[in-house]
Design a protein around this ligand. Structure first.
Ligand SMILES: *Cc1c(COP(=O)(O)O)cnc(C)c1O
Length: 374
């Protein structure tokens, strides 16, 4: 690599900085997706995805899509929410709202409990709605709402779904592989996720993990050919992908899954993220920079959102950190000018985190001396 190509350390919530091992898998020999070499690879990846959470390995199946995380979300809600069914969508950020919009685009009529983006899920309201007349086919929620970094209260919501026996569809795009998911306890019918966030694969492949019983006993409600969960499942269990897959990205995902397993699985990754995030949060707290949400306990392990101090523009902070070799992330939509986000997924060393802390201290304590308390 020459200087211009130097690897920036990505602190956006995916795509992440790849390990050398995963990046090298992208350069493996070209392969035809209808040959044995590929179908072995696909079977292995589908198997590996089921085993990330041992609780899911017997009763769930992974269905792969070539596309970003959004394609898996769309396949999930499009195929599983019945055309005449009423889903209850909980939205406290961009991604919950996105799933409600998908359903509307598909000609379905979801009910939406809209929250402020800085609020946690209102479980009382969920309970009230479920007790009312009018059946709800599915509850739909986001596990880690990346808009703010909030790890939504799935133990609370899942207990309601389990108790009322209402299937839960989850966007776990930014939590799969890095947070606990209680498939049974939360009554999860399916979750959608991607290769290139907590799993540390390359962008281009996403997947739905769905109950096998549902995939084999129900029919598809999908208005889409490409994103039909059931049709893709039927061909993938026969080891024939329905459409041309991103074959090199599949090699990379296979390596990423092997790395995850060898390094101690999702629990180890969660701890690693927590330790990295704690260092970032401490550094910024020293400089008087405030969290967007009420406290560190609100957050997923992999991401934190901070309020931009008055007079500090995102672009200046971003430029300072990019100079130091890091890419950080702005807020979305209404939070675009008021917050910044730091994710700690991907291949980052202790040295990287120390350098990041140094660069943050330098910006807020020296370049922006007003903001430093010490
Ligand atoms: C990243 C993300 C997505 C999907 O984004 P893509 O750009 O389509 O990969 C969906 N939901 C959440 C919670 C996310 O963080």
């Amino acid at each position: 690599m020459n200087n211009n190509d130097q690897q920036l350390r990505l602190l956006n919530p995916g795509p992440v900085t790849l390990t050398q091992r995963v990046r090298q898998a992208l350069t493996r020999p070209d392969v035809c997706h209808r040959e044995r070499e590929f179908t072995r690879l696909m079977d292995d990846v589908r198997d590996g995805l089921r085993r990330v959470y041992p609780q899911a390995q017997n009763d769930y199946e992974a269905v792969l899509f070539t596309g970003s995380g959004t394609s898996a979300m769309e396949a999930m809600v499009g195929s599983l929410v019945p055309r005449q069914g009423k889903a209850l969508v909980l939205a406290n950020g961009v991604y919950g709202e996105r799933m409600a919009n998908m359903l509307r685009t598909q000609g379905k009529t979801p009910e939406v409990i809209q929250h402020h983006w800085t609020s946690g899920l209102n479980l009382e309201e969920v309970n009230q709605r479920l007790e009312q007349a009018g059946p709800i086919s599915h509850v739909i929620a986001v596990h880690h709402e990346t808009t703010t970094g909030r790890l939504n209260d799935l133990p609370g919501l899942g207990a309601i779904c389990r108790q009322q026996n209402i299937p839960l569809l989850l966007d776990t795009v930014s939590s799969f592989g890095g947070e606990a998911i209680d498939f049974e306890g939360w009554n999860v019918e399916a979750c959608a996720a991607t290769a290139n966030k907590c799993l540390h694969g390359a962008p281009g492949i996403s997947f739905v993990l769905a109950r096998r019983e549902v995939l084999t006993s129900q029919s598809s409600a999908s208005p889409s050919t490409y994103l039909d969960l059931f049709a893709n499942y039927k061909s993938q269990i026969q080891s024939v992908p329905q459409f041309t897959p991103a074959v090199h990205v599949m090699y990379a995902l296979q390596e990423a899954l092997a790395e995850l397993k060898e390094s101690g699985g999702w629990q180890h990754r969660q701890q690693l993220y927590q330790s990295r995030s704690a260092q970032v949060r401490e550094a910024l707290a020293r400089s008087g920079v405030q969290l967007l949400l009420d406290g560190p306990d609100c957050y997923a392990s992999s991401l934190t959102s901070f309020r931009l101090p008055d007079e500090v523009s995102f672009s200046r902070l971003h430029a300072h950190l990019k100079q130091a070799g890091f890419v950080i992330y702005p807020g979305q939509q209404s939070l675009n000018d008021t917050i910044f986000r730091i994710a700690v997924m991907g291949d980052l060393s202790n040295q990287d985190i120390a350098e990041l802390v140094g660069a943050l201290d330098e910006f807020f304590c020296h370049a922006e001396a007003n903001y430093c308390e010490t």
